[in-house]
Design a protein around this ligand. Structure first.
Ligand code: SF4
Length: 281
């Protein structure tokens, strides 16, 4: 079932549950983000998901979470038929910004916090001015949790979709520092978008008519870039199942090892990784 946010809820983001193993060794569920994490670097997955090592919250993560809360408030209020003006959105954003930094303190450089807070406001204002915010259709769901069992996977697939539009189109919002190469971004987020499509189609029994990535770009004058993709084809779905099966098999068999690459430059676990000599730490 599609489980849209309860209209009486406060519109806060839900916490994504970590995958855990059942007594027979299978994962209780697997999310698209966990699949991506494992495929990016299996040892990083082990540090984050198995050892549950803490990662310092970066300013970019702090901003992204708070901007998402503002976007969520906007679409939840549209869905409920309530006021969704700039003040409503910016209040939700500021509240999330404060709550987020209280629960996960950020090491700001001098003056960085105020600039960051202001940057998020200008990004949200740019979004509210964009054609995307002026869409005539009322959302089918906002921050939708979907979980389904598929014959192709040994564990249920889990996803949280930012927004579901008319035509059962999943929308994922991304905040980014520079103007993205949208084709490359679509390729990099293929797993997530195909997972959302499979989950929505399983929940509704109807085909998804497209998929959307919406980028809020932190340039001096923030930009909003919408990239609409066609639905995943049967070949795309077959590719998804193969990738997901390989990742789940690796996680279940505890195949964890370093996969050095560009992502090491922003990995929080370089020290632990350097100390790893095989097996479990
Ligand atoms: S430093 Fe690189 S190889 Fe090591 S865990 Fe992080 S991403 Fe993986």
């Amino acid at each position: 079932m599609i489980q849209p946010l309860n209209p009486k809820s406060n519109g806060q983001c839900q916490v994504v549950a970590l995958p855990v193993k059942s007594s027979d060794g299978t994962l209780t569920h697997i999310s698209a983000s966990s699949l991506k994490l494992y495929l990016g670097c299996s040892l990083k997955y082990y540090f984050k998901k198995n050892l549950k090592l803490e990662e310092a919250t970066s300013p970019a993560f702090q901003l992204g979470k708070a901007v998402h809360a503002g976007l969520q408030a906007f679409h939840v209020c549209r869905w409920r038929g309530e006021s969704h003006d700039e003040q409503t959105v910016l209040e939700a954003y500021s509240r999330a910004f404060l709550e987020q930094e209280q629960s996960d303190p950020v090491n700001y450089k001098t003056g960085e916090r105020d600039k960051l807070l202001e940057k998020g406001e200008t990004m949200l204002k740019a979004y509210l001015d964009s054609d995307h915010a002026k869409m005539p259709d009322i959302p089918l769901g906002v921050e939708v949790k979907l979980e389904e069992e598929f014959a192709e996977l040994p564990s249920p697939l889990l996803g949280y979709v930012d927004l579901v539009r008319t035509g059962r189109v999943p929308v994922d919002f991304k905040t980014c520092a520079a103007t993205p190469n949208v084709e490359l971004e679509a390729f990099q987020h293929e797993l997530q978008l195909t997972a959302y499509q499979l989950l929505i189609e399983a929940a509704t029994g109807e085909a998804v008519e497209g998929r959307e990535l919406v980028f809020l770009v932190k340039t001096k004058t923030p930009k909003v870039i919408v990239h609409r993709l066609p639905p995943a084809t049967e070949a795309d779905k077959a590719r998804f199942w193969s990738i997901a099966q390989a990742a789940i098999d690796g996680i279940s068999r505890e195949r964890f090892h370093p996969q050095p690459g560009m992502a090491c430059s922003w990995c929080a676990f370089r020290q632990e990784c350097a100390a790893w000599t095989g097996g479990k730490l």
